[in-house]
Structures are given as C-alpha cells and as structure tokens.
Write a protein that binds this ligand. Structure first.
Ligand SMILES: [Zn+2]
Ligand SMILES: [Zn+2]
Length: 344
C-alpha cells in the first residue's frame, strides 16, 4: 500500500510502500478503502515538526485523519453497515467508558486517540476504524466534500459555541477552517462577518464566502475601521482560528464589552495574554473548542454541506493525486491553498 508517513523526526513527509493496515480485523472494526483525504493544519504542524508535533507524534506514523472511502471488510460483530458503503469517520477514537464518553461528551474523552496523530491514519489505501466511529455519506455529497467533514465539523463546532443570530462576528485567521466558519456564521444568521487575515489571497476567498469586511491585521488602523463599520459597537463574538499570539491578543482587545470568544486555533507554544484587561474587566466569555460533538456536529455538517455545496467548492482549492502530496504542503506553506484534498 502507498502511504504518506512521518518516518523521521525532522521537517518533511515521505512516501512508503507498506503492508496492509491491520491484517485481521477486530470484531467491531471495519476496513475502509480510502478514496479521498483532506490535508489539515494538524498535518502541516506534523510536516513542519514544530514543538507541538514533537511532543505528541511518534515516528513512524502514517498521517491523515480526514477521509472518505468505501467499506471493504467488516468485523464479525459489526451490523448496520454493508460492504461497499461509502463512509467517513470521526478521527477521535474514544475509550467509551470514561465519565465524558458515558455522558455524550466523547470529544472530551480522557483517553482519546486521533488517527494520523497517535496511531496510523488515513493517508494510505486502507484504514481500519471502529464501526462506532463511522459516518454514512449521503449519496448527494461528492467525495471531495465528504472527505472534509472533519474540519467542517471543527468549524461547525466553533460557530455553534454561541448564538450568532443578529451578531457581528469577527474571525481571526482565514485558513481552511476560518473560511468554512465565514460561510457557516452567515448560515447561522450572523448580521456581519469581519475577517482579520494577513494574506491577501485568503482575504479574497473570505469575501467570496460572504465576509462583509476583511482587514490585514499587520496594517495599522484595524480598530478605527472596525469601530466605523460597527457604529462603535465593536464585534460581539470572536472566532479565533489562527492560533497566533498577536491575533488572539488583538481579537480579544477589539471585542465589545461582554463579548464571547470561541478558540479553535492552536498556538504552537505558550503565549502571553493580559487576562485582566482583555478578559476580566471586559466580562468576556471564553470557550475552548476541541474536535466535534459526536455526533451532533456531524448531523449539522451533513445539512450544511447539502445546502451549501457552492461554499464547500470555494473552500476546496486543490484536489491532487496522493502521490503529489509534497505539492500540497508547499501550497499550504506558501499560503496559496484553501483546503487541499488528496485522491487515493
Ligand atoms: Zn483535521
Ligand atoms: Zn472516554
């Protein structure tokens, strides 16, 4: 099998010819032939081999956690699925027995494993998943869209953190998930969406997806422009998608009093924040967003993808054969891509 592997503790990823994933299936497992897989910011962290990746990922690991494919084999205890069926899967493999798993909060599981991070993933021809992680793909949904339910779910989980109806929403960072959040914020009734993003091409994409105002945060005057745009009210909700220290500081500073913050972007290391002036004395509510709600978020994404296929098309800028994976990472490094999907 062709596989894209982190097999050395340094920057880069390497193609390998590997034996089939897990020869014998457990009774509750399903073997899936991968057709398409999304390249994620998480993969990019591992490609770059930053502090977070070094602390979390062991080499060798097959990357990839966002995918769609067809079931080729099922364990003896699996029911409710058929061979040939098209599925995606939740990439967090949870323990099923902890307090959080048992109270419908699997995304907070204390013993979770992410495929492509903590164990071999989906950037290969076949992946084995517990059947309880599977998600059936509606026939109307094209493969490229089905491959990115996972990050669409991150975006949906973030925009669902607070009620956006009639609010001014500010999004810091217009990477793929930030772009998804633009379209989803609009779909959830946000009155105005403001995007702060240093890269020109991504600002243009955000506008194409419905952003009402885009700004380059590295230029001065953001505060005055947003003040004028919001009639001095300032934004109500911040969706932090960049993980960038300055963006987090600036985003919280620009929020209205009593504003709400949903944080998804992962800072690569510890950051500094003036908690007193940016959170306490402004009365902000700050919520961290991890993964997706299993499976509430998946139902929301299913509806969004089927009712907004044009938006998803705009977010996916490249579909490449898997063998050209190096190009995908170069495009991401150069800031030239929205979402890149690999075809296996
Ligand atoms: Zn991802
Ligand atoms: Zn658990």
């Amino acid at each position: 099998m062709f596989a894209i592997v982190k097999n050395r503790p340094e920057k880069g990823l390497w193609a390998e010819d590997r034996l089939n994933a897990q020869k014998t299936l457990g009774p509750n497992d399903v073997r899936i032939k991968v057709s398409h897989a999304g390249v994620c910011g998480t993969d990019f962290h591992i490609y770059k081999w930053d502090d977070w990746a070094q602390g979390r990922v062991k080499v060798p690991t097959v990357l990839g956690h966002e995918f769609v494919g067809n079931i080729v084999e099922m364990g003896s205890a699996v029911s409710g699925y058929t061979v040939g069926e098209r599925v995606s899967a939740e990439c967090h493999i949870t323990c099923g027995v902890c307090r959080f798993c048992r109270t419908g909060q699997g995304h907070l599981c204390v013993d979770t494993q992410i495929i492509g991070v903590d164990r071999d993933g989906a950037f290969t021809n076949e992946v084995v998943m517990p059947a309880s992680n599977l998600w059936k793909i509606h026939p109307d949904i094209p493969d490229a869209h089905a491959a990115i339910f996972d990050p669409l779910g991150n975006a949906m989980h973030t925009v669902s953190a607070f009620n956006l109806a009639g609010k001014t929403v500010m999004i810091t960072g217009a990477g793929a998930i930030g772009l998804m959040a633009v379209a989803m914020s609009k779909a959830r009734g946000a009155a105005k969406v403001i995007v702060l993003e240093p890269q020109e091409a991504k600002r243009r994409m955000a506008e194409a997806l419905g952003a009402d105002m885009t700004l380059d945060p590295t230029q001065s005057g953001a505060n005055d422009k947003i003040k004028a745009f919001t009639n001095a009210a300032m934004p109500d909700v911040l969706l932090e998608m960049s993980g960038n220290e300055k963006a987090i500081q600036q985003g919280m500073t620009l929020l209205a009093m009593g504003g709400e913050v949903a944080m998804l972007g992962i800072p690569p290391k510890a950051i500094t924040l003036d908690v007193a002036s940016t959170i306490i004395f402004k009365g902000l509510t700050v919520k961290g967003i991890i993964g997706r709600k299993m499976f509430e978020t998946w139902y929301q994404v299913d509806t969004f993808v089927r009712t907004n296929p044009d938006a998803v098309d705009k977010i996916i800028t490249h579909v490449l054969p898997a063998e050209r994976f190096a190009e995908a990472f170069t495009l991401m490094e150069e800031g030239k891509a929205g979402k890149v999907v690999l075809k296996f």
